[in-house]
Design a protein around this ligand. Structure first.
Ligand code: NAD
Ligand code: DAU
Length: 361
């Protein structure tokens, strides 16, 4: 799979974020493509690990950072000019549902207007490529399962032709960007593809998302906020398995298609939180209160989607993707990483000014 990417110039947006960073680190450490990382550097961004890999392996000739905000068309056009990409993987987005409920405007601007600007600048670039490069050019838009809405218990998982029914400002902004990408394909034949992925987790995820937040709270002996009754279900996928899927689709995916990517890791929130407490209890036994006694049911998220579940058969049968990690083993790996990297959390939280003390909305 990686050999298909060798020597190509790949523009990755959102490469200072959790998933984009994992994609870039993989591309730098295997293969020999040239990476252009476009990111505005938001509250959740971190490029220190990429810099460490560059320095340790003398790879700086294969990496360029472009501090660009997708909301600014001129900056985007300039980034496309500098990178002259063969492939584009678009991950940049505001990504946290609770923030989108508190203040939706940045989600509309970054996720919708930002995607529009990127599509237009990319289309202009693609239209001027030589015939040979034009035939190989691809644009992958990384989206979410949340665009499909909320699934009842016992209903079959989301699939590629499932109707869109976004229900939060975040998912509505992602659904809008998906529609833009689809329409650019149909109208302009712009060679794009979409992936719709379930909840990711793993090392280096900003600790506002459930799994790293619970680990932080437990380690500090603070209340663990569980929204509502904790029965909401998510389909958890280890980030490295998502990276496999993204690289497979950009290498072998069919233009104009979308691919659903899920983790076979459906769990209710209360199950996930209890598992984290149990694993922590085995790794570093709690001193005062058992970790699970810290679980505190708080006011529910408004419009909280009950369940997400993904039917990944298309990407499995057509492209041969399978997640390599079980939820349990990847969760343990993730918890160990957070225990060993308490400083990383402190640093990213203090740089972002984010307080881990929200008690639900
Ligand atoms: P993240 O919040 O960790 O990183 C997003 C990055 O995008 C940040 O570095 C941020 O600075 C950058 N960004 C945001 N707006 C920008 C703008 N206007 N211009 C330039 N850069 C901008 O998010 P993540 O979890 O890594 O998610 C990456 C992508 O994957 C998103 O598009 C998200 O919707 C999608 N996704 C995430 C998950 C998940 O569980 N985390 C699951 C499915 C899909
Ligand atoms: O499904 C894919 C999506 O997963 C991605 O598109 C989003 O970018 C990503 O943020 C994630 O969205 P969720 O809202 O599902 O993730 P979050 O970690 O915020 O919440 C997971 C579940 O845990 C959800 O049901 C809400 C609940 N929750 C969350 C937090 C932060 C709690 O009970 N307590 C909390 O403190």
């Amino acid at each position: 799979m990686m050999e298909k990417l060798n020597g190509l110039k790949i523009l990755i947006t959102g490469g200072a974020g959790f998933i984009g960073g994992a994609v870039i680190r993989r591309l730098l450490t295997s293969g020999d493509s040239f990476i252009f990382n476009l990111d505005k550097i938001g509250y959740a961004s971190d490029i220190n690990e990429i810099h460490r890999i560059l320095n340790d392996n003398e790879l700086s000739n294969r990496y360029t950072f472009l501090k660009v905000d997708l909301k600014d068309m001129k900056e985007v056009e300039n980034a496309i000019k500098i990178s002259d990409p063969d492939l584009i993987i678009h991950l940049a987005a505001e990504s946290h549902v609770d923030r989108s409920i508190d203040s939706p405007s940045e989600f509309i601007l970054s996720n919708v207007l930002g995607t529009f600007n990127l599509l237009e600048a990319s289309r202009e670039h693609w239209s001027k490529l030589s015939k040979k490069r034009k035939e190989k050019f691809k644009f992958l838009h990384v989206s979410t399962d949340e665009v499909f809405g909320s699934l009842d218990v016992n209903k079959k998982g989301f699939h590629e032709s499932y109707p869109y029914d976004p229900r939060s400002p975040y998912s509505a902004s992602k659904a809008s960007s998906d529609h833009l990408v689809r329409s650019w394909f149909h109208t302009y034949k712009f060679p794009s593809m979409i992936t719709n992925c379930s909840n990711n987790f793993g090392p280096k995820q900003f600790p506002e998302k459930l799994i790293p937040l619970v680990i932080q709270k437990a380690l500090k002996g603070e209340d663990i906020p569980l929204y509502g009754d904790g029965s909401n279900v998510r389909d958890w996928l280890f980030v490295e398995d998502h990276v496999d899927a993204i690289l497979l689709v950009i290498s072998k995916g069919v233009i104009g298609q979308s691919y659903c990517v899920g983790g076979f890791g459906e769990k209710s929130n209360i199950e996930v939180v209890k598992m984290i407490c149990e694993i922590l209890e085995n790794l570093i036994p709690s001193q005062k209160v058992p970790y699970h006694n810290l679980i505190n049911k708080v006011k529910d998220r408004p419009g909280h989607d009950l369940r997400y579940s993904i039917d990944s058969s298309k990407i499995q049968s057509e492209l041969g993707w399978v997640p390599k990690h079980s939820f349990e083993s990847a969760l343990k790996k993730t918890i160990c990483w957070y225990i060993e990297n308490v400083d990383w959390c402190e640093q990213i939280l203090s740089q972002s000014g984010y307080e881990l003390d929200r008690k639900g909305i």
